[in-house]
Design a protein around this ligand. Structure first.
Ligand SMILES: CC(=O)N[C@H]1[C@@H](OP(=O)(O)OP(=O)(O)OC[C@H]2O[C@@H](n3ccc(=O)[nH]c3=O)[C@H](O)[C@@H]2O)O[C@H](CO)[C@@H](O)[C@@H]1O[C@H](C)C(=O)N[C@@H](C)C(=O)N[C@H](CCC(=O)O)C(=O)O
Length: 515
């Protein structure tokens, strides 16, 4: 982070009716709410969390060099009181702050001078599709020469230079410091995943989101939220009817209606659908100003193509993305950018160059006449089934799967992976996938034991060879799912972690076959 000295905690606290002696406002750096992230000079916000009382980490924060402590208190009378806490070398000032946990997002926004107000924030919530939608939005914006960053499961930063973060949606202080950094770096557009946890815990101020996007809702995180009702209500907190926030909602998800009920008017609301006609979508619910539907969806081994019919006009969209679910992801992304004023044709042109998230149903081929390889992280029976079904949807002549199972891990999944592969693929190749201390041949034998036809699979343990042999044998209209490694760039054999980057291997294979 660059110029942190530009920020003043005195001015920020003044907004919360706390008068901090300006003499104490010297050399302050970041504001953080995790003692493990405190660097010398930082301000530590000790808040009450779901598991811990932040107060217990004050000592650690001071030891790490915190220059000021904000202490979350539940007695309003103490608000703004100054205390001195003894550190190893000197006393550190601490300010009591009533209900700080609930207000930390606002305090952090104030401290970093409201970076979001001069940026465009796309907030994506929903059970599935958040990561892909953020990627697609950012990639499209970049193609349209609008530099964009993402924040989410994959990390934070420009799409090709992500830094790992702890949460899908970072905590309130980290979020604001990231936004301030992006603003400083000229990344004025941010597509961020907004988890239900983040909304419940007020890690962000939903008011700051310019375009709020809902992908879909299905059962998840009930351990945290307790019920589907509470889970959907948590997601619903992203949608605020504040006169400027635009909404993009999935017209095919039944949850959408309940979010629409919160809206007083239909202005700046887009409904998208990949199963209904424009007419059905319009008549079904009038509480939207704009509509976007996909029809004539075609899937071929090289990607997807569909007609878009919308209140902004009609266009044919062609994209190299794999998987029917990407039609919905793309509709959400198009809707968000259309309502922000980007022209439909420019977006359709940008769709031609979209790339999947690295290692997630990421397709590679040399040209339309070559076999398509799909690299995916699927390493559970469930994930393998979904990945194979997604490939099958693209109507390959033959669907191949190259897969294995990890060593020193759940052995029970080996026959199950075999059953799934046998059921959904035409050709099976069993190979290594981090055998660790186990004998690779013994793992392959365990997998084969799950096959109804024991001769259905070829075993090529050396994974590079398995991939290259399979790609060279597959026909032009075939698809080869390379399951298990995804974006990983290593293979663990015995005690050794050796370099193995399947994406690079496949890209190299196709670039050679092009020559
Ligand atoms: C249960 C939960 O969601 N906890 C999140 C919450 O922490 P909390 O406020 O409840 O923290 P706590 O553990 O009770 O500790 C209280 C305070 O002490 C601080 N602390 C804690 C330990 C320490 O050594 N030092 C320290 O200062 C904590 O930063 C916190 O401020 O707020 C923190 C950010 O301010 C999150 O980092 C933390 O995420 C934990 C690590 C987590 O695993 N959360 C998961 C469930 C989560 O949020 N997942 C979603 C994605 C879900 C999905 O869609 O798949 C996400 O957005 O990441």
């Amino acid at each position: 982070m660059g110029d942190v000295t530009a920020y003043s905690i005195t001015s920020a606290l003044a907004k919360f009716k706390i008068a901090l002696d300006p003499k104490l406002d010297v050399g302050k750096k970041h504001i953080v709410n995790d003692s493990r992230q405190v660097k010398p000079g930082d301000i530590f916000a000790a808040v009450r969390g779901t598991l811990e009382q932040g107060h217990v980490f004050i000592e650690a924060a001071i030891a790490a060099g915190a220059s000021l402590i904000l202490i979350d208190i539940d007695d309003e009378a103490g608000h703004g009181q100054l205390r001195w806490l003894q550190g190893p070398n000197h006393a550190v000032a601490a300010i009591e702050f009533y209900n700080l946990g609930q207000q930390l997002a606002a305090v952090a926004s104030e401290y970093y001078r409201h970076p979001a107000t001069s940026m465009t924030l796309y907030g994506v919530t929903g059970t599935n599709g958040k990561t892909s939608c953020c990627q697609l939005i950012a990639q499209m914006l970049n193609t349209l020469c609008k530099p964009a960053a993402i924040i989410g499961t994959l990390g934070a930063g420009p799409v090709d230079d992500l830094v790992t973060i702890n949460n899908t949606t970072p905590g309130p202080t980290m979020l604001q410091s990231l936004l301030a950094q992006f603003k400083q770096d000229g990344l004025h557009n941010v597509a961020m995943e907004v988890s239900s946890h983040a909304l419940e815990q007020k890690r962000l101020l939903p008011d700051l989101i310019d375009v709020a996007i809902f992908t879909n809702l299905s059962r998840d995180h009930l351990d945290y939220h307790g019920s589907m009702q509470a889970y959907s209500e948590a997601k619903g907190k992203l949608f605020v009817d504040n006169g400027h926030q635009r909404w993009v909602l999935n017209g095919d998800d039944k949850q959408t209606k309940s979010y629409l009920r919160q809206r007083a008017d239909k202005n700046s609301v887009v409904l998208f659908s990949s199963t209904q006609s424009l007419q059905q979508l319009r008549s079904d619910d009038t509480k939207a100003e704009h509509f976007l539907v996909a029809s004539n969806i075609e899937c071929h081994p090289q990607g997807l193509a569909f007609d878009v019919c919308s209140t902004w006009g009609d266009v044919k969209v062609t994209t190299p993305l794999i998987g029917r679910f990407n039609v919905d992801n793309l509709l959400a992304c198009l809707s968000a950018l259309l309502i922000q004023g980007y022209p439909l044709q420019d977006l359709a042109d940008a769709a031609l160059h979209l790339q999947a998230v690295a290692g997630r149903m990421e397709a590679f081929s040399s040209d339309a006449a070559s076999v398509t390889a799909v690299v995916d992280y699927a390493h559970t029976p469930d994930a393998l089934e979904n990945a194979l079904k997604a490939c099958r949807y693209h109507n390959p002549e033959n669907l191949w799967v190259v897969f294995g199972c990890g060593g020193d891990r759940d052995t029970g999944k080996r026959p199950l992976m075999a059953q799934v592969a046998e059921q959904y693929a035409d050709r099976l190749v069993i190979t290594n996938d981090n055998p660790r201390s186990e004998d690779p041949q013994a793992i392959a034998d365990d997998i084969v034991a799950g096959l109804a036809d024991k001769s259905a699979a070829k075993i090529i343990l050396e994974r590079r060879q398995a991939v290259v042999d399979t790609l060279s044998q597959a026909g032009a209209q075939d698809m080869v799912l390379l399951a298990g490694k995804g974006h990983e760039d290593y293979m663990i054999i015995g005690e050794q972690r050796i370099d193995y980057d399947e994406r690079a291997l496949v890209a190299d294979y196709f670039s050679r076959s092009n020559r």
